[in-house]
Design a protein around this ligand. Sequence first.
Ligand code: EPS
Length: 364
Amino acid sequence: MNSFGRLFRVTTFGESHGPAIGCVIDGCPPGLEIAPEEFRHDLDRRATGKTRHTSARHEADEVEILSGVHEGKTTGTPIALLIRNTDQRSKDYAKIAGQFRPGHADYTYWQKYGIRDPRGGGRSSARETTMRVAAAVIAKKWLAQRFGVVVRGCLSQIGDIAPRSFDWSAVEGNPFFWPCAEQVPELENYMDALRKSGDSVGARVNVVADNVPPGWGEPIYGKLDGELASALMSINAVKGVEIGDGFAVVAQKGTEHRDLIAPQGFLSNHAGGILGGISTGQPVVASIALKPTSSLRIPGQSVDIHGEPVEVVTTGRHDPCVGIRATPIAEAMVALVLIDQALRHRAQCGDVGEVSPRIPGSVE
Ligand code: EPS
């Protein structure tokens, strides 16, 4: 499956070392103003080559809008976006073209299709996430204009380092999307040492969507949390998804977990803004666990496509921590789920209108 969403449906295509990557968005509401330069901010946040802490591949990530936009506004017809690949270095992959990197999708793609494009990981490359971020620029804009929804994320753990304090205003001021500014030098030292060692590390990313109105999400099989989990898990390297308190609920008592309700608002948000698969009007809160990158220059035991033992060594330009670039990607998947659910809610329940009592999302 290369398509995502029901009413706001995004199909991505392209390989990391092919001539281009792109997407087609079907079902975008008409009349939304959108210009090519509006993609720049989020694409730059996700891009490689911006700091020494990510892959050194330099892609311009210039978006061409091929269809669906006329005189600066979406027309309701399919929006096709294209980004040409310009900095492929396929020779980096020549030595491992017939080998399976331990911990990589190389082996499973081979088992599934009996053939694979080894250049840059082909379709399994994180390069594909560029188009999710591009599509979500449109989704974020519509959600913000129509409902005031703001989707934002941050890195909330690298290895065993967690933020010592939390401030949203710090997040965009450092290359890690880290919410505690004073810790950034520590992260830089950690990443420098990790890169020199040739190893990689996992990370955690949190995403919060504010101002989501109550009522989005479809029971039973189209639950908002179910679709968020699926969307977030579809990001390369994601091994875990939590909504609200996530796995911490295991140790909680009901009296501790339930979010008490006062006329002034919900008194807590353990549920992550979702009850019964439907948004409560509180912030929607999700977090993801990303595994350490599997492309390592430290030799690892594996086999080649003939089943012969090999020591795999991956050279080239790899991220020592893919989680560092995952914040805008996670935001994108949350925004894509939200716009799809918003349109589905409007389609079925648009006539219901506002139901009282409308409980504020949280007590200030
Ligand atoms: C990636 C490997 C590297 C990264 C790439 C993701 O690609 P290459 O080997 O071609 O340099 O640079 O990330 C991107 C190109 C991107 O835009 O995110 C991988 O194996 O997933």
